[in-house]
Design a protein around this ligand. Structure first.
Ligand SMILES: [Zn+2]
Length: 530
């Protein structure tokens, strides 16, 4: 088994992604989470570049990491300065981090045109800086910036930069595909050539995803001899991002037999990914490999049928291995087996040719024709099943509602009031609620009434609200589809409403959300009694 170390740079390279902004406390939380997960190195920030990064290193002096080593990032000394007088290197020492990761130039284009120095001075800058940090007792990781581009331009010079770092005592040499433009075959070949030239050195790989190849290039480098992989959680990073550790780690563990400290906690991968998204205030894309909500979601009827018989017929790994789960999506593409699997989750067992299954499919098809969508709205689907089976008992009946949006003059804020009349358990109630908009106002009025009869309603939070106009070619009669995501702290669920009127569509999704909560609680009560 090949031993691989994982080097995370979410807090430094990842923080350079558009829309990513970590507060100090967010950085600490992420560092703890990565340590818990078994990441070997956590790069905390660019020592010299900003005070927030320095504050992080100061704070980390009081945090005890169980496994991970903290790394401070910086560049080689400047041209025409000694290492001892270089402010960047001094900042690295001030962080107190046991590991120093410094980057230097491998590509003559950058040496001559960007740094405006000479090829020889660049080699001295690398050697001096590594030697200086080693003299101060640091573990030194040398990141060779633009290595692959530089190697293709002038292989001998690129190798001399690595030689300079190695001779000065660097503990690891890490060729970087900084611009993210290299093909997998190039990374594989060049890494093998570097491996042959430095047989005893610890070699790493650092890639960016500009060609959508960062994960592939990292894995190819490992096959060619690299033993350290640098990347970020969820692939955060500048432009199109860094190599995504959430894709690389499971491939290394499950397909390449690599041994990693985090391998033992692979089942936590999805929760690490989600937690970092939450801290970074990012919406997780559903189609993320391994950890995304759709990573193991099956829709086509034939696939669902096959996967229910032999899971590996349509799943490349076991979803549970990475902390994910299989999902069966309901749509007109799905056949009777999807419906039977889905209703099975509700405790309803139907025979293969059951007329009830046909009725449910029929209803599903009709509703989808009218603009409904049940893939992400399982709650509405489950209520629909109850209705088709005539098992649905409404928790309340709407007698009517009105919504008034008022703006008193051009500068004041618009206010919204909703009045609803509903009957609950034989009593008719009339209540008004206020909100930021019509849906918010309706939601608050409905809760006010229901809270008295069903106090559990208070735990429901509307997490998300999407509106989609469905047939814009006939703009006057466009249908509106509203998707609402709700949560009660234990579970999340999606509901759908469709109408030509946005308020009516919203109301429908809102009612499903509330009814599903009550349905769910009943279901929970019944299963706890069993
Ligand atoms: Zn980078």
């Amino acid at each position: 088994m090949k031993k691989i170390t994982i080097y995370d740079t979410t807090l430094r390279d990842g923080a350079q992604g558009e829309g990513i902004n970590f507060s100090l406390s967010a950085k600490i939380r992420i560092a703890r989470c990565l340590d818990e997960f078994g990441i070997d190195y956590i790069e905390g920030g660019f020592a010299a570049s900003n005070p927030k990064d320095m504050a992080f290193f100061d704070e980390m002096k009081t945090v005890r990491l169980k496994h991970a080593k903290l790394a401070a990032f910086g560049s080689t000394r400047r041209a025409r300065l000694t290492a001892a007088k270089d402010p960047g290197l001094a900042a690295i020492l001030r962080t107190g981090a046991p590991v120093a990761t410094i980057f230097g130039k491998s590509w003559l284009l950058h040496v001559e045109k960007v740094l405006k120095t000479t090829a020889e001075e660049n080699l001295k800058m690398i050697a001096d800086s590594v030697r200086f940090l080693k003299k101060h007792g640091k573990e030194v990781i040398y990141d060779a910036e633009h290595f692959f581009d530089g190697y293709l331009d002038n292989p001998e010079y690129a190798l001399r930069t690595l030689q300079a770092a190695a001779d000065a005592g660097a503990d690891a040499l890490v060729p970087c595909d900084t611009n993210g433009g290299r093909l997998t075959s190039e990374v594989a070949r060049i890494t093998a050539e570097v491996r042959a030239r430095f047989p005893g050195a610890a070699l790493g790989i650092h890639t960016h995803n500009d060609s959508d190849l960062a994960a592939a290039n990292s894995l190819a480098a490992v096959e060619a001899g690299a033993t350290m992989v640098q990347g970020t959680i969820n692939g955060y990073g500048e432009r199109t991002g860094n190599a995504n550790l959430c894709s690389i780690i499971p491939s290394l563990a499950l397909k390449m037999g690599a041994q990693m400290a985090c391998g033992a906690r692979l089942g936590n991968l999805r929760s690490v990914s989600l937690l970092v998204d939450e801290i970074a205030d990012q919406r997780p894309p559903k189609n993320r490999p391994f950890v995304g909500e759709s990573a193991f979601a099956h829709k086509a009827g034939m696939h669902v049928d096959a996967v229910s018989k032999v899971s590996r017929s349509f799943e490349h790994v076991d979803p549970a291995a990475v902390g994910n789960e299989r999902r069966i999506l309901m749509s007109e593409l799905s056949g009777a087996s999807n419906v039977r699997l889905k209703t099975g989750e509700m405790g309803l067992v139907f025979q293969k040719n059951s007329p009830a299954v046909k009725d449910i499919l029929q209803k599903l098809e009709n509703m989808e024709k009218n603009g409904y969508q049940f893939e992400s709205t399982e709650a509405s689907f489950k209520l629909l099943v109850q209705k088709v089976l005539k098992k649905h008992v409404p928790f309340f009946d709407l007698q009517g509602f009105s919504v008034v949006v008022q703006k008193k003059d051009g500068t004041s804020k618009a206010t919204t009031t909703a009045t609803i009349k509903v009957s609950v358990k034989g009593q008719t109630e009339l209540t008004a609620g206020e909100g930021d908009g019509p849906v918010d106002a309706l939601n608050s009025a409905l809760r006010k009434v229901l809270r008295r009869f069903y106090p559990a309603i208070d735990s429901v939070v509307l997490e998300d609200y999407h509106v989609r106009i469905l047939n814009p070619e006939s703009a006057t009669q466009a249908t509106t589809r509203v998707l609402i995501e709700s949560s009660d702290g234990r579970e999340r669920w999606g509901t759908v409403g469709v109408s030509e009127n946005i308020i009516e569509a919203s109301w429908e999704a809102l009612v499903d959300s509330v009814e599903y909560k009550l349905f769910l609680d009943e279901h929970r009560r019944r299963s706890s009694k069993k």
